[in-house]
Design a protein around this ligand. Structure first.
Ligand code: F6R
Length: 612
């Protein structure tokens, strides 16, 4: 999983040099991977490559990416899949004669076979990557065809796997050649220049006119023109696909916050408001509800945070509509496919819309005849495109690796669907449905209040929590997926072992670990019955010396049981993910910062997981 970018300029009057456009774009793509980076350009009649292991900002100081000469430049930021992070394995990769340079996001599955054949033909490989076969293949075909585009097309034809790739060549120094299958790629159209990139934030500073490249498309861009062919070799009338991005550049930068994660936590009121606005006008909601009602079995899936949102959906549909929805973790899809057939429905939740585990689950269910609904934050991404119907959160770009605003907005969309479902099947009346809709409409205001009343407490508690090695996150019923989300945040951002399970399970084993000063965080939903049940669980932890921390409605009797409390407005259990998650996000954030960690770029993780 990686970020790629290319810039080709025909008009020297652009505000930035191509090198500096690439450098700035790479910084915006760093969330996709950050173990090594590189750039290549055609300078005069020579191919120049600058690359190395490390963060982009350090490599810029060492190698001067932004100063690279030439008007055709490509760049890459890497998250290792084949070959360890190293100078040699960093992209761009080149052929034996230094005629071609390639940057690639994805995995070439048949690279070992291709590499063997190419080595037998005399090609010499420098890296351990799958990507390096591509420039050698193009070089090989060029020896016969003597035409860059035809050689590139021929090479792409033999690749198996996923790719968004860019190629430049000394033989046609005014073009960037591209191809795409299963990895994201967009083209940004400028005035006297064109840009290609994995994602919108990388190009937003330069243009708002974009084309989302479809699977199977192949072509090239120059400073003034775009040429695209589809899978069958037909010329694509790309002007039909141009859209204008309405995100502002400040949506994609830190806007004064020290980290994207904090900015994105604070953006939740805005994100929820926009999402509410979007779904309350989205005609697809009615279609999705009809699909659920028509389905024999309904499944919901996602990975990581998106699984927590999926699990929440299954609980809500059960309670409000009496509809059984089976939640499962996307990477486990094979355990469920034999129960799937025509008439079934799969709801795939994925903020990026590109997560490979979720995409594979989607394809496996589709193959067995199931219909597919996507819930995503990225319009036109792979999962929505391959689904029968899509509904979108409107959280805007999320740059911090940890999901924050995309989780709360996912649960807003899913709650909205559940309410409509309950209304359509006659499980709730019009008045009750209206009350829930108003509640969801108010969630932006409620979350704003929650953030302002809990941020200081999170900061204070982090002063103690940063020293601990392990913690439990407990709840019951609707609070369980929310507690799971809290534990995941602490784990991935602050590197503290955190485990979450339904509180009733303690006595079946986990309580054995609890001793003096062991932190146990209770998520207490706004529901008197659950509060009563949780009291017993709190007492049993207290009796063993645990430090009790709680996210608790302000008027609950449980407030007095807490050693540390995040006291939040009492609302309704339906919006527990929206009311109870932000304090947990803040706690993980401040704990990571207290430990001197970078919450935006946790180790071993990348934002969009386009590998299995
Ligand atoms: C956690 C996190 C990941 C993602 C997961 C799925 O903070 O961000 O667990 O939720 O990789 O990603 P999407 O939602 O893009 O499919």
């Amino acid at each position: 999983m990686c970020g790629i970018i290319g810039v080709v300029v025909s008009n020297k009057s652009t505000r930035y040099s191509p090198g500096s456009m690439i450098f700035r774009g790479l910084l915006r793509l760093e969330y996709r991977g950050y173990d090594s980076a590189g750039v290549a350009s055609i300078c005069g009649d020579k191919l120049i490559v600058l690359k190395g292991k490390g963060r982009i900002i350090d490599l810029e100081k060492k190698l001067g990416f932004s100063k690279i000469c030439g008007s055709v430049v490509i760049g890459h930021t890497r998250w290792a899949t084949h070959g360890a992070p190293s100078d040699i394995n960093a992209h761009p990769h080149t052929d034996c004669r230094n005629w071609f340079a390639v940057v690639h996001n994805g995995i070439i599955q048949n690279y070992l076979d291709l590499k063997k054949t190419l080595i037998n033909k005399g090609h010499v490989f420098k890296s351990d990557t799958d990507t390096e076969v591509i420039p050698h293949l193009v070089e090989d075909y060029y020896g016969v065809l003597r035409n860059v585009y035809r050689s590139f097309k021929q090479a792409v034809r033999v690749l198996k796997g996923s790719y968004a790739l860019l190629l430049i060549s000394v033989h046609e120094p005014e073009k960037i050649f591209f191809a795409k299958k299963d990895s994201p790629l967009i083209i940004g159209l400028g005035n006297g220049f064109n840009v290609l990139a994995s994602d919108i934030p990388a190009i937003l500073e330069y243009t708002r006119r974009i084309i989302t490249v479809r699977d199977g498309w192949i072509g090239y861009v120059s400073g003034n023109d775009v040429y695209i062919e589809d899978l069958d070799g037909n010329i694509v009338d790309w002007r039909r696909y141009v859209r204008i991005i309405d995100w502002s550049i400040s949506d994609a930068v830190k806007a004064g916050y020290p980290h994207y994660m904090l900015k994105e936590i604070h953006e939740q009121p805005r994100a929820l408001k926009d999402t509410f606005y979007g779904i309350s006008r989205d005609e697809n909601i009615v279609r999705v509800v009809d699909m659920i009602l028509d389905a024999e079995k309904v499944f919901v899936t996602g990975a990581g945070t998106s699984f927590h949102a999926s699990y929440y959906f299954a609980l809500v549909t059960n309670v409000l509509a009496g509809v059984m929805v089976y939640p499962f973790i996307a990477s486990e899809f094979e355990s469920y496919t034999s129960a799937v057939g025509e008439g079934d429905l799969l709801i795939v939740v994925s903020q990026s819309g590109e997560t490979m585990d979720a995409l594979k689950a989607l394809r496996a269910f589709k193959e067995r005849g199931a219909r597919i609904v996507a819930v995503s934050n990225v319009v036109d991404s792979a999962i929505p495109r391959e689904s029968d119907i899509a509904v979108y959160t409107r959280a805007g770009p999320e740059i911090g690796v940890a999901a924050t605003k995309t989780f709360t907005t996912q649960t807003l969309v899913l709650a909205w669907i559940a309410v409509f479902l309950a209304k359509s099947c006659g499980c709730i009346g019009d008045d009750e449905a209206r009350e829930y809709m108003d509640l969801l409409g108010d969630s932006a205001k409620i979350v704003s209040e929650t953030i302002s009343v809990t941020e200081y407490a999170a900061k204070k508690l982090s002063e103690w929590l940063y020293r601990v090695k392990s913690a439990y996150y407990l709840s019951r019923w609707i609070g369980v997926p929310v507690a799971m989300e809290g534990a995941l945040k602490l784990k991935e951002i602050a590197y503290i072992h955190a485990e979450s399970y339904p509180a009733g399970e303690s006595k079946h084993g986990p309580i054995a670990l609890v001793e003096e000063d062991f932190p146990v965080i209770f998520i207490v939903p706004s529901n008197r019955e659950v509060e009563k049940l949780l009291l017993g669980n709190i007492k049993e932890m207290k009796a063993r010396g645990a430090v009790i921390i709680g996210v608790v409605p302000e008027d609950s009797g449980l407030v007095d049981e807490m050693d540390y409390v995040f006291s939040i407005p009492r609302t309704h259990w339906l919006i527990t993910p929206i009311t109870h998650t932000p304090p947990q996000q803040l706690l993980a954030y401040y704990t990571a910062v207290r430990k001197g960690l970078d919450p935006d770029k946790p180790r071993n993780l990348a934002k969009t997981v386009t590998v299995e």
